[in-house]
Design a protein around this ligand. Structure first.
Ligand code: GTP
Length: 852
């Protein structure tokens, strides 16, 4: 690095030996005068340029010290002059740059780099003396100076650029809004014929699903060749070039949908300059409607022409310059002429020179026509004549008619000679049109652009129970209440809708009409814009919604009936939609859980089950699985644990059934409260007990014993397994009764039963066989084991002390044991054998066991 400024005696800090001690000190700028004193080639030239530059420029020495600047720099940073700029240069950047490096370090690095590469652009954060940050873009340019280099820096304030970018972005957004709001299909192109954007209307026009699809397939949206035989792509490129140079170009274009359906269109391309860029916006006017309406118009025109020609009156037209411009066929016939031209040429000869009142025909004629232009309509008697002079007394009606932007006067000449026949013919023609309008089964009326209601059909008269059309037109504003149901003034809303129809072509809305007696007539109105010569009118079709509403009411009633039935169902019901939302329930569901109302049921549904089901599954998971299953299989039944809000459990059985509702499925859930079932089972158990057990002791009764024993007996026979019967009887029981009373006897009977039962195994069956006689059936057991069991019972009872009130009582029993033998004829035989053994035990002294 060349030390060209060493002469000043100021050494750059990083070259001094004190570099480590004052590393944070910044190098001092070289005094302005000394830099000025330098003689140089490029530098001198540059200095002149510098002051003229509207950018802030600074000149740096190769060792990164600012040595000069231009005026703009001082003004930009609001300083008194160049010297202050150079003196306070290091205050014009924050200590650190946004990338974390010190400004000093970053500057030195940048200058060094510029010297190496020649030119360099970087972002820099400046700041004004008051601290206001100034984001900047700096371009450094290496400049030869003597044998070495200087560096010039040019600063561009990025705040402006940023603001412009924001403005551009905002403009972009506005553009997007405008684009999407445009009712025409729009596309946006760059100048290389690349489509870069489009609006929703364009997507709709081609029946596509997204803008993306439109942009990707745009070239499929035109046929390969246009109707002039040229390749679409080439032709489009040509138009793009044309619009870039001319600013705007319009042309007819054949588009197509992806299915090949043609869309004749009129396209306007407009060049848009957006920021520094140029775009082309394409507006697509779908001509199909226009073509259709043009065809309609042409047809209507043809019809009008035919009607005009068919009119059994002589008609002619006068323009504003009082020229007779046209006539119909009838005129030719009336005056026995050859063609219309003859009529137009000889018009003034078709009246005698003077009218019967003595005035000149041509003068009077012009006067009348003028009067018609002025007043709109005039009727008078006129004397015509054929070319041969034969007079034709006539009645002429002149009517001013709007025609395009102008007026014409139509003249209807009635040949008074044939008045009667003509009148009837006229009426017929009129009647035909009228009949057609009146036959329309909807109430129709017509509006002109001034929002005047100009005509209606008979249906409109009928709907409002009016006398005639005139009444409809006269009292139209009484046929709606002053305010519509949404609270807005009727007149205001009507005007809005009609305007909308004129603008958009079609609008449909609900409207509240009323009869003259105030009876409301809810209606649906469709307004349609119809082209009428050069103008539009709006035709309104009114659909009486009362019938619809009545059928809705019926539907609602039917719904209500269903609801009543549902609520009356003595089972708790609820409904799930496809998204597994619980959408409805019946009253029983509310009752079951003791809730306030259905809303509470629906809102707190998930609190009506514990978190986990008894099988350990999460209630929510299990519910989802079951509902899914119902949607797929149609029906599923399972047990479920519900709970009340207070946590009281409700065991339930749920049946989910898939039900079709409209065009989709729902699942209906029926919940059976198993608590009821459980109480029924308890009751059944109770009844069973009453039927099969002995009231006093709780042991099985003789009836049950015999029935059960019979079955067991047969099983033993089949399996050839051992089986025994023990019979026992209380000893001297009569004494207990006689001594302590019957109730003491009852207590003993109960205690003895319980004691015997406590010795038995669960599958041994003990029954009270008679008053104080008991019997035990012991299956799968042979005589030895049975006798040991009998002995255990005997001992336990003999050793027991039973308490009757304050009195301790003791009893003994005698037992007889018998085992089934193949010789036994029946179970009864076995019982008899045990009975005999018991008798033996009694006989042998009681309180003992005897075997048969
Ligand atoms: N308290 C009470 N006594 C009953 C019941 N059923 C039968 N008895 C009595 O049982 C007694 C049976 O008496 P007995 O047939 O003479 O027999 P015993 O007094 O037990 O004498 P042995 O059987 O010969 O030892 C009678 O007094 C009956 O009234 C009953 O349900 N309750």
């Amino acid at each position: 690095m060349k030390r060209e400024h060493d002469a000043t005696g100021v050494l750059p800090v990083w070259q001094s030996s004190e570099i480590s001690a004052c590393a944070m000190d910044l190098p001092r700028p070289i005094p302005f005068s000394s830099a000025q004193a330098e003689d140089s080639d490029a530098y001198e030239w540059m200095k002149i340029m510098l002051d003229a530059t509207p950018l802030c420029c600074t000149v740096w020495s190769a060792d990164a010290r600012p040595i000069d600047c231009n005026r703009t720099s001082a003004t930009f940073f609001e300083l008194s002059g160049k010297q202050e700029y150079l003196d306070r240069f290091y205050e014009l950047s924050p200590e650190f740059q946004p990338d974390g490096r010190t400004s000093h370090e970053a500057a030195a690095h940048a200058i060094a780099q510029a010297i190496e590469v020649g030119t360099l652009t970087l972002e820099w954060m400046h700041r004004k003396l008051d601290g206001e940050p100034v984001p900047a873009e700096i371009t450094l340019v290496r400049v030869r100076h003597g044998d070495g280099y200087l560096v010039a820096s040019y600063m561009r304030d990025l705040r402006e650029t940023k603001a412009r970018e924001t403005r551009l972005q905002e403009a972009d957004e506005r553009l997007r809004l405008v684009l999407d709001a445009t009712p025409l299909g729009c596309t946006l192109w760059d100048t290389d014929s690349h489509i870069i954007d489009c609006n929703d209307a364009a997507v709709r026009l081609f029946d596509l699903s997204s803008k993306q699809e439109l942009m990707e397939r745009f070239y499929d949206l035109s046929p390969e060749f246009q109707s002039n035989g040229r390749n679409s792509q080439e032709q489009a490129d040509e138009y793009t070039r044309q619009v870039v140079s001319d600013g705007q170009v319009s042309f007819d274009w054949m588009h197509q949908k992806l299915n090949g359906e043609r869309i004749p269109a009129h396209i306007t391309l407009v060049r848009i300059e957006h920021g520094a860029k140029v775009f082309v916006a394409g507006y697509i006017h779908d001509l199909r409607q226009i073509i259709a309406s043009q065809t309609e118009m042409r047809e209507a025109d043809d019809r009008a022409r035919i009607m005009f020609e068919a009119t059994p009156l002589c008609c002619n037209f006068w323009d504003e310059s009082l020229h007779n411009v046209d006539c119909n066929q009838e005129v030719i016939g009336l005056f026995e002429l050859n063609n219309k031209q003859e009529y137009l040429d000889h018009f003034f000869e078709l009246s005698p020179e003077f009218q019967p009142n003595g005035r000149r025909s041509d003068e009077m004629a012009l006067e009348y026509v003028q009067q018609a232009f002025r007043d709109g309509r005039i009727r008078f008697e006129w004397m015509h004549q054929k070319l041969n002079g034969e007079p034709i007394p006539a009645e002429i009606t002149l009517v001013r008619v709007k025609y395009g932007e102008h007026y014409i006067v139509a003249g209807y000449t009635r040949d008074l000679r044939e008045t009667k026949s003509m009148l009837s013919e006229m009426r017929e023609a009129d009647e035909r049109t009228r009949i057609m309008l009146d036959a329309t089964p909807l109430c129709c009326n017509l509006w002109d652009e001034q929002l005047n209601n100009i005509d209606c059909n008979q249906e409109a008269v009928n709907l409002f129970e009016l006398k005639d059309k005139q009444e409809y037109l006269d009292r139209f504003f009484e046929l709606s209440p002053e305010f519509q149901p949404n609270g807005r003034p009727t007149a205001e809303m009507a005007a809005e809708y009609i305007h909308q129809a004129f603008r958009d072509g079609r609008v449909r809305f609900e409207w509240m009409h009323q009869k003259l007696n105030g009876e409301p007539v809810p209606a649906e109105i469709t307004l349609v814009r119809v082209k009428w010569r050069e103008h539009y009118i709006v035709a309104g079709y009114t659909r009486d919604l009362r019938e619809l509403k009545a059928s809705l009411a019926e539907m609602r009633e039917a719904d209500e009936r269903t609801r009543i039935m549902l609520d009356a169902t003595p089972m708790c019901c609820n409904f799930w939609d496809e998204n597994h939302h619980n959408i409805d329930c019946n009253q029983e569901a509310v009752n079951l859980f003791g809730l306030k109302d259905k809303q509470e049921y629906l809102d707190r549904f998930f609190e009506l089950s514990p978190e986990y089901q008894p099988d350990g599954s999460l209630s929510r998971d299990k519910a989802q699985i079951k509902i899914n299953e119902a949607f797929t299989t149609g029906r599923v039944r399972f047990e479920w644990m519900h709970q009340k809000l207070n946590g009281e459990p409700i065991p339930a059985e749920i049946t989910l059934v898939r039900v079709r509702r409209g065009d989709h499925d729902i699942v209906a859930g029926y919940t059976r409260d198993l608590r009821e079932l459980k109480s029924t089972i308890t009751l059944l158990n109770k009844l069973e007990k009453i039927a099969f057990t002995d009231n006093l002791t709780g042991a099985y009764n003789r009836h049950f014993f015999l029935e059960h024993a019979e079955k067991e007996y047969r099983k033993c026979l089949e399996t050839d397994s051992p089986m025994c019967v023990i019979m026992f009887d209380l000893d001297f029981f009569k004494v207990i009764n006689d001594t302590y009373g019957h109730s003491a006897g009852d207590v003993i009977l109960k205690e003895v039963t319980a004691t015997a039962q406590s010795v038995l195994r669960p599958y041994d069956l003990l029954a009270r066989y008679g008053g104080e006689e008991f019997i035990i059936l012991i299956t799968q057991t042979s005589l030895g084991a049975a006798s040991r069991l009998a002995e255990r019972i005997r001992r336990k009872i003999a050793s027991a002390v039973f308490q009757y009130r304050e009195t301790p009582l003791r009893v003994t029993i005698s037992l007889g044991v018998a085992e089934y033998a193949t010789s036994d004829e029946s179970f009864e035989t076995l019982v008899n054998k045990a009975d005999k053994a018991l008798y033996k035990a009694k006989h042998r002294g009681r309180n003992r066991v005897e075997l048969f």
